[in-house]
Design a protein around this ligand. Structure first.
Ligand code: NAP
Length: 225
């Protein structure tokens, strides 16, 4: 088991009455304070992977890299990654960090094709960086769609599930992610043990390339050129 957590977003809430807006903070002091808080919350001595939650318009990669080195030498963090970064933003940080960044946690699902289309996945493949996919089931939209697009994609997934004699729709969605050559690691949102077990079993199934594309094309909403 590995512990992975994120840092960098300052939220507004009743806990922070003096904070007027939500903003991002990648200063050394804030990253370190968030790590200390995570160690406390998770009751652990170290974090396996620390992610920067979102790219920021105010970002000093040199300061972040120095902070990573400090956290590494104190034994509090083993590896680093990013989340929601585009290739150039990842490169900019990587140019300063000692250790290679190990992941980019991005939204990927049969509902969200953004990172297939903006070449982020091609970039991660070229760097041999495994992406993590947040909201792999589109936060439930793919199981209980509220939009026309969600219904369209679910129908394609159901068709493939029927062909594979697979009663679990979620397994088919996870397999769609796992089949991709970029080695996607789904970050599943459920805390229900039976659903987690089902997710693990999706490693044992396979779909054909044509079935993968049937789901992709349903999400795209048009034929490929
Ligand atoms: N990096 C980022 O910017 C970012 C942004 C958003 C999220 N995340 C991360 O990604 C994680 C996953 O996101 P997510 O929660 O949107 O994930 P998700 O797995 O796409 O959706 C989870 C939702 O689907 C439901 N669900 C799962 N399996 C189901 C099943 N078999 N049948 C019916 N409902 C099912 C869950 O309900 P139950 O709980 O009832 O099972 C939950 O409401 C989050 O916990 C967070 O750590 C990261």
């Amino acid at each position: 088991m590995q512990l992975i957590t994120k840092c960098g977003i300052k939220l507004t809430s009743d806990k922070f009455p003096n904070r007027e807006v939500k903003y991002y903070d990648y200063s050394a002091s804030y990253i370190i304070s968030q790590v200390e808080q995570s160690l406390k919350n998770l009751n652990t001595d170290y974090i396996d992977v620390l992610l920067l939650h979102r790219p920021s318009p105010f970002f000093n990669p040199e300061e972040v890299a120095r902070t990573f080195d400090h956290l590494t030498s104190s034994g509090k963090v083993l590896h680093y990654g990013v989340s929601n970064f585009l290739p150039q933003q990842l490169e900019s940080l990587q140019a300063y960090t000692t250790a290679p960044l190990v992941t980019n946690q991005i939204e990927i699902s049969p509902y969200c094709l953004e990172h297939f289309e903006n070449q982020n996945l091609d970039y991660l493949i070229s760097k041999k960086i495994k992406p993590m996919s947040w909201s792999p089931l589109a936060g439930g939209e793919l199981l209980f769609p509220k939009t026309e697009k969600g219904t369209r994609v679910l129908n394609a997934i159901k068709k493939v599930a029927k062909e594979l004699h697979e009663p679990n729709i979620d397994k088919v969605i996870y397999q769609w992610l796992l089949k991709h050559p970029s080695n996607i690691i789904p970050v599943i949102g459920t805390g229900k043990i039976e659903r987690i077990k089902t997710a693990v079993r999706s490693l044992d199934m396979e779909m054909t390339l044509e079935q993968w594309f049937q789901i992709y094309i349903a999400a795209l909403g048009k034929e490929l050129p």
